[in-house]
Design a protein around this ligand. Structure first.
Ligand SMILES: [Zn+2]
Ligand SMILES: [Zn+2]
Length: 143
């Protein structure tokens, strides 16, 4: 999340800014996502939140996650043909995607952050973020 800021504070202030009601369900969806290090799908977040709120529907969780991504509390990470995944980490980072188990691992690299955008791309598009996605086999799957 944002540098040294408590994720829950960021959540509360973003909700207030956008006039989004801070409900216990919304808070639970947010903490489930913020605690996850594996870029969970909506279903994975739903499975966690359901333990606390047995009556919550998958749809509510899914919609809440989409709202979070719209207001800058999460990012949508497109996997390879799997359901949409969510990333609570908003600072600049890169991904390693395991083609066997689908795990997405964050990594940081100042070298990669410095890579220049090709001029043609800068001319034709407006770049708002830059991320390197590496694909391969994770430590577990390589065995
Ligand atoms: Zn793997
Ligand atoms: Zn990430």
């Amino acid at each position: 999340m944002m540098n040294g800021t408590n994720p829950m504070d960021v959540f509360l202030s973003k909700c207030r800014q956008r006039n989004l009601k801070i409900t216990p369900q919304r808070t639970a969806v947010f903490s489930a996502l913020a605690d996850a290090e594996d870029h969970p799908s909506a279903d994975a977040v739903y499975q966690k939140v359901k333990k606390e709120f047995p009556n919550i529907s998958f749809d509510t969780v899914n919609r809440t996650l989409i709202v979070f991504s719209e207001i800058g509390l999460a990012e949508v990470v497109e996997g390879q043909g799997d359901p949409r995944r969510f990333d609570p980490r908003m600072e600049n980072h890169h991904h390693f995607y395991c083609v066997t188990c689908g795990k997405i691992t964050d990594f940081f690299s100042e070298e990669l952050d410095k890579i220049e955008i090709p001029t043609q791309i800068e001319q034709d598009f407006t770049v708002i973020s830059k991320r390197m996605v590496l694909k391969g086999y994770c430590t577990d799957c390589r065995k």
